[in-house]
Design a protein around this ligand. Structure first.
Ligand SMILES: O=C[C@H](O)COP(=O)(O)O
Length: 214
């Protein structure tokens, strides 16, 4: 299972969480990546943890003030990026161009989607992975695997029907090891989570609790 920890814009210490994620990943043999604010990418990557961008813009070098250039994301040490997070929605054409930008520099890609129908649509763009996240469950602590497990199994089927090489992750409300095991049992190959770690009093303990049952 791949565990992608999105720090969003939470008031957490990205380096403390990156250090914890690196150590827990090493200790438990689970692939854990951290996606901090773009301005924190270098500091997070310097810890040695797998580092992801929260977004890349659908642009090349040029007059694109305020953009998140894929080349700058890799220069900062990231090896992957999310695109189309529910809190950073993109038009389909921009998701496609964002994937082109990520591919140009060799970033791994996860495209987020609200539901299984959207999973099928974005799987057609051949990202490395899609992450299904019902927006209404984000930040609630109620995992999609409990609230509506069919969303995960339907997302897996939708991606498989389009492109068997696209992995499916699930997210929203995931905070415990039990949630990770449930996601795996529903066919997900990874999880995307945020508040369960970024808002935890002890992020390292939260990460250990997540991966221990795997
Ligand atoms: O990027 C992470 C997802 O939006 C899930 O957030 P959450 O774990 O706080 O529900």
């Amino acid at each position: 299972m791949f565990v992608l920890v999105n720090l969003k814009a939470y008031p957490c210490d990205p380096v403390e969480i990156a250090d914890a994620a690196r150590d827990v990943s090493d200790d438990y043999g689970v692939d854990i990546a951290v996606a901090p604010q773009t301005a924190h990418l270098s500091r997070v990557a310097d810890t040695g943890v797998e580092t992801w961008g929260q977004h890349v813009s659908p642009v090349e070098h040029g007059s694109h003030t305020g953009s998140t250039l894929a080349e700058a994301v890799t220069d900062a040490g990231a090896t992957g990026t999310m695109i189309n997070h529910s809190e950073c929605r993109q038009k389909l054409a921009d998701i496609d161009a964002g994937l082109d930008a990520a591919e140009r520099v060799g970033l791994d890609t996860t495209v987020c989607a609200n539901n299984p129908e959207q999973v099928g649509a974005v799987a057609a763009l051949s990202p490395d992975a899609v992450a299904v996240e019902p927006p209404e469950l984000i930040g609630t602590g109620t995992p999609v695997s409990k609230a509506d497990p069919d969303i995960v199994t339907d997302a897996v089927a939708a991606a498989e029907a389009v492109d068997e090489d696209v992995s499916v992750y699930c997210g929203a409300g995931i905070s415990t090891g039990e949630d990770l095991v449930a996601a795996r049992n529903l066919g997900a190959e990874g999880v995307l989570l945020a508040s369960g770690v970024a808002k935890a009093d002890d992020p390292k303990a939260a990460l250990e609790n997540l991966v221990e049952p795997l």
